[in-house]
Design a protein around this ligand. Structure first.
Ligand code: ZN
Ligand code: ZN
Ligand code: ZN
Ligand code: ZN
Length: 123
């Protein structure tokens, strides 16, 4: 099977075209935006997800600016919009508004605390 590499749209690292995540930045959608709730492809500029109806803009928890949910970083302040799944075995990056991990299904209970830590300058 021939593979070729394509730059990750988030960090520009070259990633195998059939990879399901970027090894550099951990994005699970290296070649396009995806809905953080249903993981279907979404387009910047659309109001809602065509698959699940989720709003595709939200307010950044750090600066309060309006930002696109498919982006990994706030459009306004550039801070990361991703937090870690709290399952130690999983640990996948998840959109901060996700009530549960899209990979392992575990509920994310400490989103607010993680956001608080990032706001204070931690990671
Ligand atoms: Zn990347
Ligand atoms: Zn969706
Ligand atoms: Zn922001
Ligand atoms: Zn998980």
């Amino acid at each position: 099977m021939a593979t070729y590499k394509v730059p990750c749209m988030h960090c520009s690292t070259l990633v195998e075209r059939d990879a399901h995540f970027c090894p550099q930045c951990g994005s699970r959608s290296p070649f396009g935006y995806q809905c953080p709730a249903c993981l279907k492809p979404i387009e910047r500029g659309n109001a809602v997800c065509a698959s699940c109806g989720r709003q595709l803009t939200t307010l950044c928890p750090y600066c309060g600016g309006s930002t696109f949910v498919g982006a990994q970083n706030c459009d306004a302040c550039g801070k990361t919009l991703l937090i870690r799944c709290e399952s130690k075995r999983c640990g996948e990056l998840q959109f901060f508004e996700n009530p549960k991990c899209t990979v392992c299904g575990k509920r994310i209970k400490k989103a607010k605390k993680q956001i608080e830590n990032i706001r204070k300058g931690g990671k």
